[in-house]
Design a protein around this ligand. Sequence first.
Ligand SMILES: Cc1cc2nc3c(=O)[nH]c(=O)nc-3n(C[C@H](O)[C@H](O)[C@H](O)COP(=O)(O)O)c2cc1C
Ligand SMILES: [Fe+2]
Ligand SMILES: [Fe+2]
Length: 388
Amino acid sequence: MNDTYISPQIKYIGVDDKDIDLFESQYKVPNGVTYNSYVILDEKTAVLDTVDMRRCDQWLANLGKALDGRQPDYLVVHHLEPDHAGSIAVFAERYPETVIVLSNKAAGMIGQFFDNIVPARLKPVSEGETLALGKHVLTFVMAPMVHWPEVMVSYESTEKILFSADGFGKFGAMDADEPWDDESRRYFINIVGKYGAQVQALLKKAATLDIKTIAPLHGPILKENLGHYIEKYDIWSSYRPEEEGVLVAFASIHGNTAKTARYIADELRSKGVTVAVSDLARDDMHKAVADAFRFDMMILAASSYDAGVFPPMEKFLNHLRAKNFQNRKVAIVENGSWAPSAGRTMRAALEGMKNITICENSVTIRSSMKECDKTAINAMIEELIGTK
Ligand SMILES: Cc1cc2nc3c(=O)[nH]c(=O)nc-3n(C[C@H](O)[C@H](O)[C@H](O)COP(=O)(O)O)c2cc1C
Ligand SMILES: [Fe+2]
Ligand SMILES: [Fe+2]
């Protein structure tokens, strides 16, 4: 269980969601997800973000317990997406005196989601503006497009906490026992990956702050080794590979391309190369996207299909393009029984991406891999991994 204790005056009141089928209707979350929320209890009280309506009742109970009879003076809304802002309408009915603090952009958008929030209740804030609660003071920092345009983060200067909104979030409930890097990478690349430049801008602003704790809206509260998490965010948001290795991603109709891809993966492993393999028709597509970003090299292997490429590969390449995939070395393996077309289709998709080096040695399999195909496969591997 991740430790959610912050301090006597700042309490975690977030909730786990372990029975959601798909997060944002597309991401598998086998270990659930959290909607984090916090309360600062000082001379004034501030609630930081609500939660998804799916867990509103439990959150209100957590909130009531933390407030212990006090009224919330402020509700700070860092992000209007319904996984965090979904319970605002219910909260606003229950606590009619609470002032809602949000970015100027969010103030313009909140009415789209709720019809019971009158403008008089809103306190829009700008870059650098502060909210004094007593000993605790929040400073607001705008973070547009980390993940939506209205996003802001806040810095509490007494306890040196960065409330980072979706930034530094992770899939998995609080008791999920899994490496932060893997589920945070899958979360970041797929959800925020397109907005690397905006994340870089936020990291630059954050670098000027003395941060002891990062309190995100999903996943564990980060209290130690902050340099590790910040370094990962710097790598991911600048589209640099995280480590040397190859993702072998394949899309195979009848299994022959799969067999070839697995043979290639074994060859790579025998040369000491770190390899991840993804069956794009069956495995988690978003994990494959995250692995494509993780490694510096990728091999795409696919069946030809209706003068194009088998659709799971097409879908994968669309995801990569949408997330601004770039700066990687890629090799292509196609399979076709009469007029192979997968190779040129994959190549055309890759050519639309920035700084992708495509190996000249590609491989064409005719229906099933033969002994004689191994020469071309070896040449492709040699070119891809060089002298490693
Ligand atoms: C619906 C469908 C469309 C296909 N279209 C093509 C094609 O346009 N060109 C081609 O050479 N092979 C085509 N094929 C054949 C497959 O690409 C080929 O048999 C396959 O690559 C074998 O590898 P696999 O066992 O991994 O699926 C098609 C197969 C199917 C089922
Ligand atoms: Fe979000
Ligand atoms: Fe979120």
